[in-house]
Design a protein around this ligand. Structure first.
Ligand SMILES: [Zn+2]
Length: 423
């Protein structure tokens, strides 16, 4: 028995999906996950009766989540329909053809009004990381070696969750830990660079967001809202999600969960990637420039990170073709790049970085100019440090681990650079 907070938590959904492991056909796995999901919704009980109530002990939050729970339970047919449509799109793909399936997926997104869930530039105007295994075969001081696979090496572009073989997509991780996990390597085995997207360049960019928004609201926002003494009712139409947005909330959730289904059987065709790849194709055709999604790797070795922490996200950008140059230089110019220099070891502490951040914010507070491009990443960095500094990974503090130490080096480069630009 769980409450809505526990049910929508990423680990719980992963657990439900893993229950379908062992089933050989993905179409049957999806049906099994649907059954588990519906069973889970039927079994949801009030937050007041859940073990997590000790943590979220607020009457307003119990009331909000109870109303949400009743609304969810009444929406079972909507939940079924969301799953059925995903399954039908996958069935189209395996039984008919990719074009039919992609068109149906797009129609579905339009009909359910899911295309407005774009991520604002505010979300990802922060330092993003790229890495590749150290091999001695490339120039580690050349930033292009860390950018997208050159157009002349298109044959090396493999099959990934949101991109098809041969079509380069530029994936970034929101932490060094995330990129190391994606590559299944230790951070010390990687050559690493960081890229800061320019807020003003990305301000108007359409990025599709696949996030667990229900969990973000119920677990991340509500405790703070009620903790601060605010009154909020689930049927308040001015604050989403609410009883009127339930259909959209259900469809968004199911789409996101299906697109982040963990891979069990990996071959030249990966069934779990079929729907996400069609989503990419459809978004690309309709003017989107990328997609923001949570990593599907296992982060259970990281303990005690703050629930707000976004260390486990990926941003994938479509790479527009360039006829002349091997790298899309215009795309590269939208970022401030930083390459890790570990020749002197890792020497930067959390306090060093925070002190430098303070120098930047002291300066910008007194500045009459719009410094969003500089201030936002620094604010994001301060939050990131706050959210993970007490977390431990394999027993040691995050910023004492290789991943954390490498991040501090790169963050220091970023903040020092920003400070230099402002002065
Ligand atoms: Zn609970």
């Amino acid at each position: 028995m769980s409450c809505v907070v526990c049910f929508f938590r990423e680990s719980q959904q992963k657990h439900l999906k893993n229950n379908a492991f062992g089933i050989k056909r993905f179409e049957k796995k999806l049906r099994k996950y649907k059954d588990e999901f519906i069973k889970g919704i039927r079994g949801i009980d009030s937050l007041s009766k859940c073990s997590c109530n000790k943590q979220y002990n607020h009457q307003g939050m119990v009331q909000w989540t109870d109303s949400f729970m009743h609304c969810l339970k009444k929406s079972e047919s909507e939940i079924c329909s969301a799953f059925d449509q995903m399954i039908s799109i996958y069935d189209d793909f395996i039984q008919k053809d990719q074009k039919t399936a992609t068109d149906n997926l797009w129609l579905y997104l339009e009909n359910q009004d899911l295309l407005v869930s774009s991520e604002g530039a505010m979300t990802y105007t922060k330092l993003l990381f790229r890495a590749r295994p150290k091999s001695g075969t490339f120039d580690e001081n050349e930033i292009r070696e860390y950018f997208h696979i050159p157009f002349s090496k298109r044959h090396l572009v493999g099959n990934q969750r949101f991109s098809v073989s041969g079509q380069p997509m530029l994936y970034f991780g929101s932490s060094v830990l995330a990129v190391a996990k994606e590559l299944d390597k230790e951070p010390s085995e990687l050559a690493i660079a960081a890229f800061l997207p320019s807020y003003s360049e990305y301000y108007h960019t359409k990025i599709f967001s696949l996030t667990n928004h229900i969990s973000e609201v119920v677990e991340n926002s509500l405790p703070g809202i009620f903790g601060a003494g605010s009154q909020l009712l689930y049927n308040d139409p001015n604050c989403a999600p609410n009883c009127r947005t339930i259909s959209k909330d259900v469809h968004r959730t199911v789409l996101m969960q299906v697109c982040t289904f963990p891979v069990e059987y990996r071959g030249s065709f990966v069934a779990e990637y079929a729907i996400p790849q069609m989503l990419t194709t459809a978004l690309r055709e309709h003017g989107y420039e990328g997609i923001y999604f949570p990593s599907t790797r296992d982060y259970s070795d990281l303990c005690g990170s703050h629930r707000f922490s976004t260390h486990h996200f990926n941003l994938g950008l479509f790479v527009p073709y360039d006829f002349v140059q091997d790298t899309n230089e215009a795309l590269l110019n939208k970022f401030l790049p930083f390459i890790l220099d570990d020749s002197k070891g890792y020497v930067t502490s959390v306090d060093d970085v925070l002190n430098k951040c303070a120098e930047v914010t002291d300066f910008t507070k007194n500045s009459p100019h719009n410094n969003n491009d500089y201030v936002l990443p620094v604010c994001k960095l301060k939050l990131h440090i706050e959210y993970v500094k007490d977390a431990t990974i394999n027993g040691s503090r995050y910023f004492e681990s290789d991943a954390g130490k490498i991040e501090l080096e790169l963050y220091m480069k970023m903040v020092s650079h920003i400070y230099g630009c402002l002065k």
